[in-house]
Design a protein around this ligand. Sequence first.
Ligand code: C5P
Length: 485
Amino acid sequence: MAHEMAKMSSITVRKLDERLKKQLRLRAAKHGRSMEDEVRAILRDATTNIEQLDVATAISRIVDPIGGIDLELPTRTRLNEKTAHSTRILLIIGGGIAAYKSLDLIRRLQERGARVRCILTPAAQRFVTPLAAGALCGERAYSDLFDPQSEFDVGHIRLARDTDLVVVAPATADLMAKMAGGHADDLAAAVLLATGKPILIAPAMNPHMWAAKATRRNLAQLAADGVRVVGPNSGEMAERGEAGLGRMAEPLEIVAAVEAMMRSEGPLSGRRVLVTSGPTHEPIDPVRFIANRSSGKQGHAIAAAAAAAGADVVLVSGPVDLPDPPGLAVVKVETAEQMLAAVEQALPVDVAVFAAAVADWRVERPSGSKIKKVGRPQQLGLVENPDILATVAHRRSGRPRLVIGFAAETDDVIANAKAKLAKKGCDWIVANDVSPETGIMGGDVNTIHLIAAAGVESWPPQSKNDVARMLVERIAAALKEAKRR
Ligand code: C5P
């Protein structure tokens, strides 16, 4: 089994050219990850929208955007994952019979778009295997504090840091005692001591152990330390004839607690964010329309990342072939005029991000019936669509504190984006090069220049999910700074 685990998690990075190595090193340093783990993160993002493909096709699609990376993928790559979302959850599985429910919890969290990473305590491995947890997570499960491979690979400090939330389920009496006492004698305890991220525990133990004075003391200490608790529930225990308070909360109850925590503790909690995404379709007649190639991936990822950061999000989306991100309000529209109406309806907001590729023109008088092919081709009379971004950015009253536009350019990216910043009256422009050779339009990787009046920040190539997360970090920092002033 050890051999199988090693094979499942091994990634060999070689023959990279210097430019690529540098980019990878920069990205890895920015995220506080090893280079191998950064490749894993890129792969995870790249695979999230690939469905029903055979592994070879999937690999070629993944490898191409980052070029020359030679790798061995786990045989169970998550090809059926649909949603791309941003909440990173570290699940620590303690040693109790309820551990089997934690495998289901992994799935339930993933269904809501979270990326789950697992640590198993030594006792947990008596109940569930790292192989099962790893297969569900799509990456190895961690278990050993002194495993040189994992220390080289990711390390316990990175495990502690590289997450948005830590969930301990089941939290046994022993694990709670270790947490309350600040122990660090195994990987789970060390990570729990090292993390600065919010922690949620789902206790599970025999009712007598739950009622014991020592457990009461530990629980009070953990509550004082800011640890959140879900459950336990009362009911039958695994031991025959035993019943009482001590059953672990059900996976969906734990998921609800996670969502509530993200809402109340995220960097955008209490903020309202509006995001436009996707193309617009401008009708020519009942069956034809003017459209563009926008996939909506970047806008949807931003909406999802803002929701994961605790914001109350309204996503106004044109026609896209993407699932609705969980935990936010989605308003579906077709045309630019409908998009403007939906945007105005969603105001007031703290932040508005206009990632939609709105059609500049619409047909002045769309035909009520299908236009027939007779004689010479029809002339289409076009009129200009409202500029939604400029309309909102120039509002005298009720202007969002931060208005962010996008600029998809094929040449002179930065110069054109700077001009757009002034013309549209927005605060920031997220500029990207969408010339066909970049593969950005419809692809999963994006290279961004963030343009503000104060200057230009160029980000390394990264997945659209990472772009979304970074943008949300910048937004949260800007709002915090504005509040201080
Ligand atoms: O198409 P253009 O390059 O002008 O788009 C730049 C920005 O303006 C994007 O953020 C886009 O969402 C927004 N826009 C808009 N309404 C339009 C055209 C563009 O909100 N009619």
